[in-house]
Design a protein around this ligand. Structure first.
Ligand code: 5GP
Length: 181
């Protein structure tokens, strides 16, 4: 509430503790909470998308002592066994390719997806596609901030996915942040 800033079009800027400067103590607390909420999920790999998901994802992986894989937004010429999908970016208003190597997202992996924001769920859909292509299993999705006035959360929960969001924002109307209690 103190540090978030609203922008036109339902965008929240949290650049002083998540998206630019990062608060590692808060990040660790958030990772501890994800570990608690997904305790029964038997996760064996954390997956995120570069760049802002990496910090919370790596802390979750550190606590669980399991590998963390980030899907890449630029296709490297050197990537082997590539799986790819397209994701529409809400904040950048364009589509981009997201890829991951089959060497690191493997058949049978029990995947927990971690990201900074859940808005319309396009990044989440892209990860579901990659997980399916790999023959892995998605066991949950954790977000630092969910904007409930966009449709991603409903869409994912309607599919039976275990979604956990640490802060839920019900409205950014009139550039005022309304947090769910
Ligand atoms: P979605 O794919 O769910 O539509 O949007 C989620 C992605 O878009 C996140 O990975 C995040 O990078 C970005 N995003 C969506 N909404 C916001 C927002 O309000 N603020 C910031 N900083 N990023 C957002």
């Amino acid at each position: 509430m103190r540090d978030g800033r609203c922008f036109e079009g339902g965008i929240l800027k949290v650049d002083n503790f998540i998206n630019h400067q990062m608060d590692p103590i808060l990040m660790k607390s958030m990772a501890v909470e994800f570990v608690r909420r997904f305790a029964s999920a038997q996760v064996d790999k954390v997956v995120t998308i570069e760049a802002s998901g990496i910090a919370p994802a790596i802390l979750v992986g550190y606590l669980l002592e399991i590998p963390v894989v980030f899907a890449k937004k630029k296709v490297p010429s050197t990537m082997e066994n590539m799986l790819a999908t397209k994701v529409y970016s809400f904040t950048k208003n364009r589509e981009y390719d997201v890829c991951v190597s089959r060497d690191f997202l493997c058949e049978g992996d029990r995947v927990l997806f971690i990201d900074d924001f859940l808005a319309n769920g396009n990044a989440a859909k892209g990860i579901m596609d990659l997980v399916n292509q790999a023959g892995a299993q998605l066991v949950g999705m954790g977000f630092l901030i969910e904007k409930s006035f966009q449709k991603g959360g409903d869409m994912l929960r309607a599919q039976g996915i275990h979604v956990e969001s640490l802060a839920i924002i019900d409205s950014l109307d009139d550039c005022r942040i309304t947090l769910r209690n």
